[in-house]
Design a protein. Structure first.
Length: 449
């Protein structure tokens, strides 16, 4: 049978675009189908605009600390609408760059919503389009709990639509999105409360990170409410919001509520059943280690698979998939072990590998842990200090490093280089034998005892 395309990527985010561009470089006729703006979550309502806001928050913090170095400065105001306008314009330019790259690579950009008619045919608007293979990369979407008044809250998507800065906000959630947005709000001058169902945030990460972050948040003036789960949201006659819990209600009224309670797969309209595919209760599509679904010609990458929800992961998986399918690189696939990640909290967090608990559960007494806590030199002249904490998790007689967890200034930039070493199998002795760069925060990783 002759198909319209060799490969169609359903979803114009990082994974879909990366897979289609790589396949096109091998001479495959490709298309990307996207119903919204190109770039997906990361470019439009995720890591890129979030990092812009994080930079703004960091600048505010720097201005506040400048007097420690002899500067006579003050933070006289902050213009949220102006920042939003500039940020949105930057994102629009990125949307255009993605479109131009598709054109330059010979990939068709089809605007619309795709739905399977059969395993090789899609309905897009009034068109039916066929392909030999499909790459599903439709990403995820924020979840909202099923409680009365939940509709009064916004999600991370809504955060980027805010045209004015709220004065008092409750962020509900315990994951990286929650702690990142809490930090941005607080640094830019919003009074913010973080509502966590468990005893601390970031429960899926090494316990040190959540504990240190909790101390930092409380020190910064963030109101942290743990072991609390909202049962309803009520709107007052003045337009404020009250959060009710099982036993009572939280103190105070809020200008806004932001839900950061997880994400679900964006697969509702795909009609997966017509393609012979199934999904789990949250819509995620199961794949094997080669990104293949239960259909040999249909693949999935990125957040839609329910695996590690990071943009570089989706890009890497998609490119390796196209290498294998169209360039005879038969063993090419993404290794999901030892993938570094960063949480852009204030201060930032970097992490790779097993947590201390995971390592001990897997390796028992063969695990040895090294830790360090110190005040970074940037705060040497400050009365108000924010400690940095680091942890190395090792295993075996050679003390192979299987986990590295960083909390503090520059953790986001420090981790990348050390991740290369850890991925290559570095031991504690390899770190010890590396001459430290002094004075830096990073040197602590090669001087731990």
């Amino acid at each position: 049978m002759k198909y319209d395309y060799g490969l169609i990527a359903i979803g114009g985010g990082s994974g879909g675009i990366a897979g289609a561009n790589r396949a096109a470089s091998y001479g495959v006729k490709c298309a990307v189908i996207e119903q919204a703006r190109l770039g997906g979550t990361c470019v439009n309502v995720g890591c890129v605009p979030k990092k812009v806001m994080w930079f703004a928050a960091n600048i505010a913090n720097t201005i506040r600390s400048a007097e420690n170095y002899g500067f006579d400065v003050s933070l006289n105001g902050f213009n949220w609408p102006e920042l939003k306008q500039k940020r949105d314009a930057y994102i629009q330019r990125l949307n255009g760059i993605y479109a131009n790259n598709l054109t330059n690579n010979g990939v068709d950009h089809i605007e619309g919503t795709a739905s399977f008619i059969d395993p090789h045919t899609l309905q897009v608007g009034d068109r039916q389009i066929t392909a030999e293979r499909f790459l599903i990369a439709t990403g995820g979407k924020p979840s909202i709990p099923n409680i009365p008044g939940a509709e009064y809250g916004i999600t991370s998507d809504g955060f980027f639509e805010l045209t004015e800065q709220p004065k008092n906000v409750a962020v509900i959630g315990a994951g990286f999105i929650a702690v990142e947005l809490v930090g941005v709000f607080q640094s830019l001058g919003t009074q913010v409360s973080l509502i966590v169902r468990g005893d601390h945030a970031l429960r899926q990460f090494d316990s040190m990170l959540g504990e240190e972050l909790a101390k930092a948040m409380q020190h910064q003036g963030i109101r942290l409410k743990t072991n609390t789960s909202p049962t309803s949201i009520e709107k007052t006659s003045t337009g404020k919001f009250i959060i009710k819990t099982k036993d009572s209600q939280l103190d105070g009224e809020f200008d806004g509520i932001l839900w950061a309670v997880g994400r679900a797969a964006n697969t509702d309209g795909l009609n997966l059943h017509a393609a012979g595919l199934e999904s789990d209760q949250r819509g995620f599509i199961q794949t094997d280690e080669w990104q293949k679904t239960t259909q040999d010609h249909i693949f999935a990458v990125g957040d839609v698979t329910g695996q590690i929800a990071l943009t570089p992961v989706a890009i890497a998986a998609a490119r390796r998939l196209s290498d294998r399918l169209y360039s005879d690189q038969t063993d090419r696939k993404l290794d999901y072990d030892l993938i570094p990640s960063v949480i852009f909290s204030h201060p930032p967090i970097g992490t790779i590998g097993l947590t201390e608990q995971q390592a001990k559960e897997r390796h028992g007494e063969a695990v040895k842990v090294y830790t360090s806590s110190f005040n970074p030199m940037t705060q040497a002249l400050s009365v108000d200090k924010q400690p940095t904490a680091m942890k190395l998790v090792t295993v075996g007689e050679d003390e192979k490093i299987i986990g590295c967890h960083l909390f503090g200034e520059s953790s986001d930039e420090i981790l990348q280089g050390f991740a290369v070493a850890i991925k290559m199998g570095a031991t504690k002795k390899d770190f010890d034998d590396t001459v430290a760069i002094h004075p830096t925060n990073a040197e602590e990783l090669v001087t731990m005892t």
